[in-house]
Design a protein. Structure first.
Length: 348
């Protein structure tokens, strides 16, 4: 349930998933109109102040010889039956999460283009770009590149998938609108199968599972579940956007040993009021909008927020939102970064 990329603003993301709830308890369909450009499934931000988690390898050099995928038919994450005639050698990724998966599976040499927002690892920045803002893609360029596989994502508009299909291009959907850790592992496994990188996918998911198990064991020793306010867009500090049920970040907060103060909201992306936040008195505030000018210092200067426990105890931290908004290899790193903000005492 997370993850962005197709829209230049948070507004389109909210439109694609569910409408946000209002500043009061009364629901509203209004989406933020001043949110910054967002390159993946949810808004990005800057690197967390917590110590960086152990990274799962995500860079690559030369792809290993294909070991599978010749003449197979698979069911993708959208339930579509797709035949892969031969191990793909010219791949286009229409999602930053898929780009990260391809690099992590040692497939860098087979990627011929990516969407405009694919920026990790660093090598992805230099690849040809085929669009993505407002879910608009350069179809002529895509066709000219002669891809034998196009990877779209759960939030890719169905009309885009159909347009590519009508051009007799091989399209596979990775990711769903209801992201879970299990679905991310399944995405990586499927990507390995269709590209002939089955062994690499097994190693990658195995390393992620080991890291996840270690995190769970550490978090099991937590003595409390701090109240957490996660800010997606504080452009209007009187009516910021947060995360609610049906949003993968809500699940991550729970997995990281916290309690989301808006876990019972009526929307995955609730627009709340400053009064609601002050009343909930969060003990931890996580800013995934820090890349857009929302600083730790500015939060402390908001009217009435000086009484919030997180502000008084200086437990306000920025978050590299790309770690948690892209359903790919770095998701466990995102969980680790979140856990270190919520429970720093466990990671000394």
């Amino acid at each position: 349930m997370f993850f962005r990329r197709y829209a230049p603003t948070l507004a389109l993301i909210l439109m694609l998933l569910l409408s946000a709830c209002g500043a009061s308890a009364t629901p509203t369909t209004q989406a933020p109109t001043t949110a910054p450009t967002v390159p993946t499934e949810l808004p990005t931000a800057v690197a967390p102040t917590a110590a960086p988690p152990a990274a799962v390898p995500t860079t690559a050099t030369t792809a290993a010889p294909p070991t599978a995928a010749a003449g197979i038919t698979i069911t993708d994450m959208a339930g579509r039956s797709v035949t892969i005639a031969a191990p793909p050698q010219r791949i286009i990724s229409i999602a930053p999460s898929n780009t990260e998966i391809l690099f992590a599976l040692d497939l860098a040499s087979r990627i011929v283009a990516v969407d405009d927002f694919s920026d990790f690892p660093a090598a992805a920045k230099s690849l040809p770009k085929i669009g993505g803002s407002n879910a608009k893609y350069n179809i002529e360029q895509i066709v000219a590149l002669k891809p034998d596989l196009i990877l779209t994502a759960g939030l890719t508009p169905p009309e885009v998938v159909k347009q590519l299909e009508d051009l007799k291009l091989t399209v596979v959907v990775l990711g769903t609108q209801q992201t879970t850790l299990d679905s991310i592992f399944s995405d990586i496994t499927l990507a390995g199968k269709i590209t002939g990188q089955i062994e690499q996918a097994t190693r990658l998911t195995g390393a992620m599972q080991t890291q996840l198990d270690t995190l769970k064991a550490t978090l099991a020793t937590a003595k409390d579940k701090p109240r957490v306010y996660w800010e997606l867009d504080g452009t209007d500090p009187s009516k910021p956007f947060s995360v609610g049920p049906g949003n993968f970040v809500n699940d991550l907060i729970g997995l990281a040993g916290g309690s989301n103060i808006f876990q019972t909201a009526s929307s995955p992306f609730p627009q709340v009021s400053a009064e609601q936040i002050v009343s909930a008195n969060p003990e931890v505030i996580i800013l995934s909008d820090a890349a857009y000018g929302i600083s730790v210092e500015s939060v402390g200067q908001r009217a009435g927020w000086q009484s919030i426990a997180a502000v008084k105890q200086q437990r306000v931290a920025p978050m590299d939102d790309s770690l948690v908004s892209r359903p790919g290899p770095r998701i466990v790193d995102g969980l680790a970064a979140t856990a270190k903000i919520i429970h720093p005492e466990l990671f000394k």
